[in-house]
Design a protein around this ligand. Structure first.
Ligand code: IMP
Length: 423
């Protein structure tokens, strides 16, 4: 089957950008399916580093077609900025199409997100990119979509409706002056004129591509453990980063998906507030953070670092139907002599088999670890399976055995070429 989906198997930041870039070379159409510019994908091509938030990583391959589909919320200012920045670096972005059904992240969404994050009562550690408020509006049927930028009077009316509801909250709860319709409308219409040539019915593009038997790659954003339905609510994002997000709003039928690639780091990171059972709040954690450059692509926040949690990875695999795994940033652990992987949870010294259903419940569990020897060898130059250190291969086999999914890709460095494909 022609569709391959890339899914972040942890809390995001698994290195999906690099994997997408790598797999794009084998695809015809690259689809960004959900989330917003809360995502940040870093792709290193030779000496050039690209940091993308909205554009599919496939955009770095001018010979491939890329689409941003209905499930993505777009901040038009950020999107225009990303397109212009790539154009300045010699990438024309002519290969991009964007769905008119994408909802728009507007300045009042960001102000509301910032307002909520500014109060200890409502803070959950978001990226402050307006993601929660825009998807709340989408569900409340108050949203403004990309298509509305071509209808000035509808746009003004929708802004008026929205500001009628939002301005009092901004002023009274957060001491923000609020927004006015006209300046906002003018700015949006200018951005709309820039974006017009990119707007197309991406669901139709996807259908045509499927009918033509082309290879479609759906790139992930965020990770499974940030899904809005996950038990760690409210420390989640406002979308569906799992495999189902690849079908909701893209026009890709579920049964067209053939390969679901779960991407996980060889350890774990999390950015923002919320439970993290295997967190390493130690000097070793600091070393891993530095070596792995674990600072948010979007916000620059230091990421929290921890051991690989196989229990959560197995959950991600089972609920998303991973057919293969890609383990990234293996080289970050090259100098660690003794590794731990989490193979169970306990509460009060008693094994538990069911996840807690509240964030507080998660804070009360303890991980059960299994020790594994580190490989203590530089893996940065590994290009084939036979060059991987034996202790690393044992580590990968333990992952496969516990999770029940084969590790097909091993990423040993940030560059495009640093990828071992296992048989
Ligand atoms: P929001 O998506 O900005 O509303 O943030 C909600 C939670 O998701 C916070 O814990 C963020 O740190 C996290 N989050 C959102 N996007 C990403 C991402 O791309 N990588 C890692 N964490 C993310």
């Amino acid at each position: 089957m022609p569709v391959q989906v890339i899914v972040g198997a942890q809390w995001g930041d698994e290195g999906k950008g690099k994997v997408t870039d790598y797999l794009t070379a084998r695809s015809d159409l690259v689809v960004r399916a959900q989330g917003g510019n809360n995502a940040g994908h870093t792709v290193v091509v030779g000496t050039e580093t690209y940091k993308l938030h909205l554009l599919p990583s496939g955009i770095l391959h001018p010979d491939k077609r890329c689409v941003i589909t209905d499930g993505v919320a777009i901040n038009p200012t950020v999107l225009v900025g990303e397109i212009e920045s790539l154009r300045n670096r010699g990438l024309p972005c002519d290969n991009l199409k964007i769905s008119p059904r994408c909802h728009l992240i507007l300045p009042y969404h960001i102000a509301l997100d910032e307002g909520q994050e500014g109060s200890a009562l409502t803070r959950i550690g978001t990226t402050k990119r307006g993601n929660g408020p825009v998807f709340a509006d989408k569900m409340s049927r108050l949203g403004i979509r990309l298509a509305h930028l071509q209808e000035p009077e509808t746009l003004r009316q929708l802004l008026q409706e929205n500001l009628f509801v939002k301005n009092p909250v901004l002023r009274e709860c957060f001491g923000h002056p609020g927004f006015e319709v006209e300046p906002l409308a003018e700015e949006l219409l200018t951005l709309g004129a820039f974006l017009k040539p990119f707007v197309a019915d991406t669901a139709a593009t996807v259908q045509e591509s499927l009918r033509a038997g082309e290879r479609i790659l759906v790139e992930g954003a965020q990770g499974v453990l940030l899904d809005i339905n996950f038990d760690m609510y409210p420390y989640v994002t406002s979308s569906h980063p799992g495999a189902s997000g690849a079908t909701l709003g893209t026009g890709i039928p579920v049964n067209a998906i053939g390969t679901i690639t779960g991407v996980a780091k060889a350890y774990t990171t999390r950015v923002g507030v919320g439970p993290f059972p295997t967190e390493l709040d130690t000097e070793l954690g600091d070393r891993v953070r530095e070596r792995g450059a674990e600072y948010g692509t979007t916000t620059g926040r230091p990421r929290r670092v921890g051991w690989l949690d196989l229990v959560l990875l197995r959950y991600a695999a089972r609920t998303n139907g991973f057919t293969e795994l890609c383990i990234t940033k293996v080289d970050v652990l090259d100098q660690v002599d003794q590794l731990q992987v989490c193979v169970g949870y306990q509460r009060g010294g008693v094994d538990i088999t069911e996840f807690p259903h509240t964030a507080k419940g998660w804070e009360q569990i303890q991980p059960v670890y299994e020790a594994m020897p580190g490989w203590l060898r530089d893996t940065g130059d590994c290009e084939v399976e036979s060059s991987l250190p034996p202790d690393l291969v044992r580590y990968l086999r333990r992952i496969e055995e516990f999770v029940g999914v084969p590790v097909r890709y091993v990423s040993c460095g940030s560059n495009r070429t640093a990828m071992v494909v296992r048989p």
